[in-house]
Design a protein around this ligand. Sequence first.
Ligand code: GRF
Length: 215
Amino acid sequence: MIKEEGLSELRLAVFASGSGSNLQAIIDAIKEGKLEARINLVVSDKIDAFALERAQKEGISTVYINRKDFSERGDFINRLLAIMDEYRVNFIVLAGYMKKVPTELVRKFTGRMLNIHPALVPAFCGKGYYGMKVHQAVVDYGVKVTGVTVHLVDEEYDNGAIVAQCTVKVMDDDTAESLAERVLEYEHAIYPETIQLFAADRVDIRGRKTYIKDN
Ligand code: GRF
């Protein structure tokens, strides 16, 4: 269906480096009719990422691409951009992608690239705060509440306009692992819901703020 304004149907590339449980949540939401989008491609910088297996099991195309396999940065960028064209991607979802996305790709997908961060941005985020390090820092600091942030991607780590956030309680006996597990459950709910806001053309982006329009 082509909409009168905004994007036509979301044709996603999901970038993932690891287990891909967020990818799975997106796949499931699409299957359940809760998310109006197609996943045209799953991209990974890790050849053995479980996310790639999950995609293949669903018959979704996968591409492994890593900067280290290219001697020239320009060749890597051109290949990455060409892949996005080849698979007719019009929206990028970072789901546990551990590499910084090249500026050229960020610029091409301005307002059309999301990331999920397992804490309440602007706390416990930025360079060095990834994976279990985020949850360890949260536990070590002693905060009582953490959460999940879904934000647009710009050229700095975890810095783009925030689209959605939710809070998650930190328990007295939490370890980084137990907290990560609890936070992930919230991620699996909030990420598909937030992508659906874009599918329904409900996100108004004004500078570094977003406003969710009514249906
Ligand atoms: C999630 O906690 C996500 O917020 C972070 O990396 C983790 C990826 O988990 N960026 P998964 O690969 O989706 O299971």
